[in-house]
Design a protein around this ligand. Structure first.
Ligand code: SF4
Length: 79
């Protein structure tokens, strides 16, 4: 799987149950907001880091998605 290129990082905040797992795993990309739910720090990522991929994979409610904006291809979590 190619990981190069600008990617869109999104958190479905309605799904998030605030475990904090993602922020602990990929603190460069994800954080917990003041309401206790996760948010994407920049909303984009230059590439899919191992940490970001792991965070997307481990979210218990599958609230995190990383996509290639040009095509809509979901690069994480991988199905
Ligand atoms: S891992 Fe999922 S449920 Fe937990 S804080 Fe992050 S987005 Fe929310």
């Amino acid at each position: 799987m190619s990981a190069a290129g600008p990617l869109e990082v999104a958190v479905d905040r309605a799904r998030c149950v605030g475990t904090g797992l993602c922020a602990a795993t990929a603190p460069a990309d994800l954080a917990l907001g003041p309401d206790g739910r996760a948010l994407a720090r920049q909303g984009t990522a230059a590439a899919l880091s191992a940490e970001l991929a792991e965070a997307a994979e481990m979210c218990p409610v599958e609230a995190i998605t990383v996509r290639r904006p040009a095509t809509g291809e979901q690069v994480a979590p991988a199905y």
